[in-house]
Design a protein around this ligand. Structure first.
Ligand code: ARG
Ligand code: ZN
Length: 874
C-alpha cells in the first residue's frame, strides 16, 4: 500500500469547478458536490478518492446505476464517463459528531469544522483528492440559524439569507483555483473579533477572528501578530494579500498547530488565544510565529502549491524559513537562531538517526499524515536557509521573484524551486539536489594547521551516514561559514586565494568528500570559528582544546558559534559524568567548564542570550549512536546541573534580582514583550538553579510567597517547573491550587497535565495514570493527550524505567487512542518508541516486545502500523 515518488503521473481528469452544498442536520450532514470535469487526452477510467457514505452519483444529470461504479480501498472507479467535459454530481452523507479522527468534517463543542490536508477532503465527498487538481470552489452551507449562526467557507461571502423551519444559508465563493486540501468550512455559534489591514496596494482587508464567546478576550495578540505578518511579507518579500477578507477560527480539538485554508485558517486554540494570565512568553512567541506561518502560506503553499505530497517541504520548509525570519526580525535574531538550531538538534537529529529517517522529500509513504515531520519542516527550512546563505538576501529574493513569475497558480516540485534559485542567480545548484534525496545528518570532521608561510589550512571531511532507506551517500553541497580568532579572541583577517580579497569571515563552499581550504596571510596561532550562524544542518567535529572553547565562549562575535563552544564544553562534561557513573567513580569537578562560564555569568549581554548560554544541551542531543542507557544519561546531565547550581550558588540570587529589577522597570512589565520575556527567561533559569542548590529553603519561600511572585503565567510556569521535582506535599498543594485557579481554562489545564507528566519524582508514573481519570482529561482531545502522554513519552527517566513499566503504559494508551484518533496515536508511538534500536539490549528487548504486541493487533490503523513496523524493522 506504499506510494512512491517515482510513480507520479499527471492527473487524467482535471476539475475546473467544484460547487458544494452542505445541509447540516442534527444527526448528519448531507453533501452535494457538483464538479465540472475536464478529461485529459488518453484518460482511462475515472478514479475518485472517497470514504464517505455514498448516496448517489450522476453524470450530466443522469443518475448512474450501481453497476457503473466499483468501490475498493477508498477508490471509486467509474465506467464509461464521457471523453468530453462533463458535470459530475456526488451525494454523500456525513456523521461529524462521530468523527473522532478530526480529519474531514468533524464536530467540536457543538460546532462543525474541517481539516482536509492532506487527504481529508475524500472523507467529505468523492473527488480526485490530490494537490495537482486545482479548482474554483463555491460553497453553500445550510443549517439551523439558532445553533449555527455563523457559516463560513473559503473566499468571499456572496449570498445568504433565511430558509424555512428556522434555518438559514450562506454562499461563499473563492476566486482562486486551489487544491482540495485547502478547502475549509466552519459552522457554529462563535463570537467574532474584527479588525482590518490597509494593504500596500491600498485595499482595506477585513480581518475576522472567530472563537468561543468565553475566549474572545484572548485574541488581541493574535490579531496584532497577523497585521505584523502582513506588513512584514510586504516589506521583506514584496508579497501582498490577495482576497478582501482573512478569517481565523480557533478550535480546541485539532490534530496539529494550524491550517492555512485559503482565506479561512483553522487554528488549534493553543496558537490563537493568549493573555498574560494564561499564556507564557513562549506561548506568545508560538502564537506570533504560527499566525505568521499560516499567513505566509498564502503565497508559499496556496498561490504556488505542491504537485504531490512528496513535495510537502516545498511549501513547509520554505514557509518555516519565512516564519523564522519574521520572528528573527521581530525579536533578538541571535537568540532565535540558537533556539532554531537547538530545536533541530533535539527533535530532528534523532529522527534522522533512527528508523524513521527520510529525506526532506520522502521517496515513499504509506500514510501521508506520518510525514508532517521535523525533517520535512525543520530540516526543510534549513535547506531553504542554505540557499539564502549561498546567494545572499538579494540573490535569494531574485530567486523568489522568478519562482512566482514562473509558477503562480501552479502545483510544482522542489526541483522547480531549486531551478528558480539557480536560474535567477546564474549558478549551478545541481549538486544541491542531494539535500532532497539523501537522509541522515551529515558529519563534518574538520582540522586546521598553520603552514610555515603563514597560511592557515582547514581540512574538511564530509560523511553522510547510512539510513534505513539508503546506505551509500554522495557528498553534498553546503556553506561553511568561517572566521578566525587570535589568542585574545580578536578577529584575524585573512585572504582568499581565489580572489585575494581580505576579509574576517567567509563562506566556504563544500562540495567534495574531502576538501582543503587555504586562508592566506594569517601568520599566527588561531582558533577557527566554524559553522557560524549554524550555516548547514550538520554535526561538526573539530579537535578544540577546552581552552580554545573557553576562548570562543568568551569572545566569538558570532552568537551561534559562541553558544556552540559552550555546548561542546557541556557535552564533554556530561560524557565525563556518564563514564564516572558507569564506573561507580566520583564525579569530575568540571573546572574547565565552570571557569569558562564565569565570564558568561558576569557578562553584560542580552539576558535571553545569557540564559541559553547557561543551559546545557537537552538529553535528546546527548544520546550516543547506539547502546543508549537513557536513565544513566539523565542522571549524568542532572548531576552536571546540580554541580552548576552549587558552583554559582552565590550568583543566582543577585542575578535574579538584577533581572527582576530590569523586568519591573519596563512599561506594562508583566505583559508579553521580547524585552520582558528575555529578562523572565533569565529569572526562571535562576529560580530553577536556586531550587536545585537549596531545595528546602527555596520551596518554603515559594510556597509562602507564590501569589506575589506569580505575576503572570510565565512566572507561574517558571516557579512550578522549578518546584515540580521536589518530593514534598507543598509541591502537590501548589499544583492543586494551580489546577483549581484555572479550572475553566483548557489550555492552562494542558500545562497542569504536562507538569504532572514531566516530573522527576518517583510517583510520576502513578500520578500520570491517575490523571487519566481527571475530569478535565479527554482521550479524544489531542492537546490533552499530547500534554499528559506526549510529555510522559519524553520523560526519559520514567519512560525508560528498567522494568519496562513505562513502555507498557504507553503501549496501552496507544491502543486506546488508535481507535479514536490514529494520527495522535501514531505521534505517541513515534515520541515514545523511536529510540528502540539505539537502546542498550535490555531496554531494547522490552520496548520491542511492546511494539510487537501492537503490530499483532489486526485492527491497528495504517497510521500507527506504519510507524510501529518501521521501528521494528530499524
Ligand atoms: N499545513 C499545516 C501547517 O503547516 C499543517 C497541516 C498538517 N495536517 C495534518 N493533518 N497532517 O501549518
Ligand atoms: Zn505549514
Amino acid at each position: 500500500t506504499a506510494k512512491f515518488l517515482k510513480d507520479y503521473r499527471a492527473p487524467e481528469y482535471l476539475i475546473e469547478r467544484v460547487d458544494l452544498c452542505f445541509d447540516v442536520f442534527d444527526g448528519h450532514t448531507a453533501v452535494t458536490a457538483v464538479m465540472r470535469v475536464l478529461p485529459q487526452t488518453g484518460a482511462g477510467a475515472m478514479r475518485l478518492h472517497g470514504s464517505a457514505e455514498l448516496l448517489g452519483i450522476s453524470v450530466d444529470g443522469r443518475r448512474l446505476p450501481e453497476s457503473a461504479y466499483r468501490l475498493a480501498n477508498e477508490v471509486l472507479t467509474l465506467d464509461g464517463t464521457p471523453a468530453q467535459p462533463f458535470e459530475l454530481t456526488v451525494q454523500t452523507k456525513l456523521y461529524p459528531h462521530d468523527n473522532t479522527t478530526l480529519m474531514g468534517l468533524y464536530q467540536s463543542g457543538g460546532n462543525l469544522y474541517t481539516q482536509c490536508e492532506p487527504e481529508g477532503f475524500r472523507k467529505i465527498t468523492f473527488h480526485p483528492d490530490r494537490p495537482d487538481v486545482m479548482s474554483i470552489y463555491t460553497t453553500e452551507i445550510r443549517a439551523d440559524k439558532a445553533r449555527f449562526p455563523v457559516l463560513l467557507a473559503n473566499g468571499n461571502r456572496t449570498d445568504g439569507g433565511d430558509l424555512p423551519n428556522g434555518r438559514h444559508f450562506a454562499v461563499w465563493h473563492d476566486p482562486f483555483a486551489k487544491p482540495s486540501y485547502l478547502f475549509a468550512l466552519v459552522a457554529g455559534d462563535l463570537s467574532c473579533t474584527r479588525d482590518s489591514f490597509r494593504a500596500a496596494d491600498g485595499r482595506e482587508i477585513a480581518i475576522e477572528f472567530y472563537t468561543r464567546a468565553a475566549d474572545a478576550d484572548k485574541v488581541a495578540f493574535a490579531v496584532q501578530s497577523l497585521k505584523h505578518a502582513m506588513k512584514w511579507d510586504e516589506s521583506r518579500f514584496g508579497l501582498v494579500y490577495d482576497l478582501d477578507i482573512y478569517m481565523v477560527v480557533a478550535v480546541g480539538d485539532f490534530n496539529m498547530g494550524a491550517m492555512e485554508n485559503k482565506g479561512l485558517n483553522i487554528f488549534n486554540t493553543k496558537y490563537v488565544l493568549a493573555d498574560a494570565r494564561t499564556a507564557t512568553d513562549a506561548d506568545f512567541d508560538g502564537v506570533e510565529s504560527v499566525i505568521a506561518h499560516e499567513y505566509f502560506h498564502n503565497w508559499t503553499g496556496n498561490r504556488v502549491t505542491c504537485r504531490d505530497w512528496f513535495q510537502l517541504s516545498l511549501k513547509e520548509g520554505l514557509t518555516v524559513f519565512r516564519d523564522q525570519e519574521f520572528s528573527a526580525d521581530r525579536n533578538s535574531r541571535a537568540v532565535r537562531r540558537i533556539h532554531n538550531a537547538a530545536f533541530l538538534r533535539r527533535h530532528q537529529f534523532p529522527e534522522d538517526a533512527g528508523p524513521m529517517a527520510h529525506p526532506i522529500r520522502p521517496a515513499s509513504y504509506v500514510e501521508m499524515n506520518n510525514f508532517y515531520t521535523m525533517t520535512v519542516y525543520e530540516k526543510g527550512a534549513e535547506v531553504v536557509r542554505m540557499y539564502h546563505t549561498l546567494l545572499g538576501e538579494d540573490g535569494f529574493q531574485k530567486g523568489m521573484k522568478l519562482y512566482f513569475q514562473r509558477h503562480d497558480g501552479q502545483a510544482v516540485t522542489c526541483d522547480d524551486f531549486r531551478a528558480a534559485m539557480a536560474d535567477a542567480n546564474g549558478v549551478d545548484l545541481s549538486q544541491f539536489a542531494l539535500w532532497y534525496s539523501q537522509a541522515g545528518t551529515p558529519v563534518l570532521d574538520v582540522s586546521g594547521s598553520l603552514r610555515d608561510n603563514g597560511d592557515y589550512v582547514l581540512r574538511v571531511r564530509q560523511t553522510v551516514p547510512p539510513t534505513p532507506d539508503m546506505v551509500e551517500k554522495q557528498p553534498m553541497m553546503m556553506p561553511l561559514k568561517t572566521a578566525l580568532l587570535d589568542e585574545n579572541g580578536d578577529a584575524v583577517r585573512f585572504r582568499l586565494p581565489e580572489n585575494g580579497a581580505d576579509t574576517a569571515e567567509t563562506v566556504l563552499l563544500l562540495t567534495e568528500a574531502e576538501q582543503e581550504f587555504v586562508l592566506q596571510g594569517v601568520n599566527r596561532a588561531v582558533t577557527p570559528s566554524l559553522l557560524r550562524g549554524f550555516s548547514a544542518p550538520v554535526r561538526l567535529n573539530f579537535p578544540y582544546t577546552d581552552q580554545q572553547l573557553a576562548l570562543l565562549l568568551a569572545h566569538d562575535d558570532d552568537p551561534f558559534a559562541r553558544w556552540e563552544a559552550g555546548q561542546t564544553l557541556y557535552r564533554r562534561a556530561v560524557a565525563a559524568n556518564e563514564t564516572a557513573l558507569a564506573d561507580n567513580a566520583p564525579l569530575p569537578d568540571h573546572a574547565a567548564l565552570f571557569a569558562a562560564l564565569e565570564h558568561v555569568v558576569r557578562a553584560d549581554i542580552d539576558p535571553a542570550f545569557k540564559a541559553v548560554l547557561l543551559t546545557p544541551p537537552a538529553e535528546e542531543e546527548l544520546w550516543r549512536a547506539s547502546d543508549i542507557d537513557p536513565v544513566r544519561l539523565h542522571h549524568a546531565r542532572e548531576a552536571l546541573l546540580d554541580a552548576l547550581a552549587r558552583h554559582f550558588a552565590e550568583d543566582w540570587l543577585p542575578l535574579n534580582l538584577q533581572a527582576k529589577t530590569a523586568e519591573e522597570a519596563l512599561p506594562d512589565c508583566y505583559a508579553y514583550s521580547p524585552e520582558a520575556a528575555a529578562w523572565r527567561s533569565l529569572r526562571n533559569l535562576c529560580r530553577s538553579m536556586m531550587l536545585r542548590a537549596a531545595p528546602a529553603e527555596q520551596l518554603e519561600y515559594v510556597f509562602e510567597h507564590y501569589d506575589e511572585m506569580a505575576q503572570n503565567m510565565s512566572h507561574e510556569w517558571g516557579l512550578l517547573n522549578a518546584v515540580n521535582h521536589i518530593d514534598d506535599p507543598r509541591r502537590d498543594a501548589l499544583l492543586a491550587r494551580f489546577a483549581e485557579k484555572f479550572a475553566d481554562q483548557a489550555l492552562v489545564l494542558d500545562k497542569y497535565f504536562a507538569l504532572i507528566a514531566c516530573s522527576r519524582r518517583a510517583d510520576t508514573p502513578q500520578c500520570v495514570r491517575e490523571a487519566l481519570s481527571h475530569p478535565a482529561f479527554a482521550p479524544t482531545n489531542p492537546n490533552k493527550v499530547r500534554a499528559l502522554l506526549g510529555t510522559f513519552a519524553r520523560n526519559h527517566l520514567h519512560l525508560h524505567a528498567a522494568d519496562g513499566a513505562g513502555y507498557r503504559f504507553i503501549a496501552e494508551r496507544v491502543r486506546e487512542t488508535d481507535v479514536l484518533n490514529p494520527q495522535t496515536a501514531a505521534d505517541l508511538v513515534r515520541a515514545a518508541f523511536s529510540l528502540c534500536c539505539r537502546l542498550e539490549p535490555h531496554r531494547r528487548a522490552l520496548m520491542k516486545s511492546e511494539l510487537e504486541k501492537l503490530a499483532a493487533l489486526p485492527e491497528l490503523s495504517k497510521d500507527t502500523r506504519e510507524i510501529v513496523e518501521k521501528i521494528l524493522a530499524g
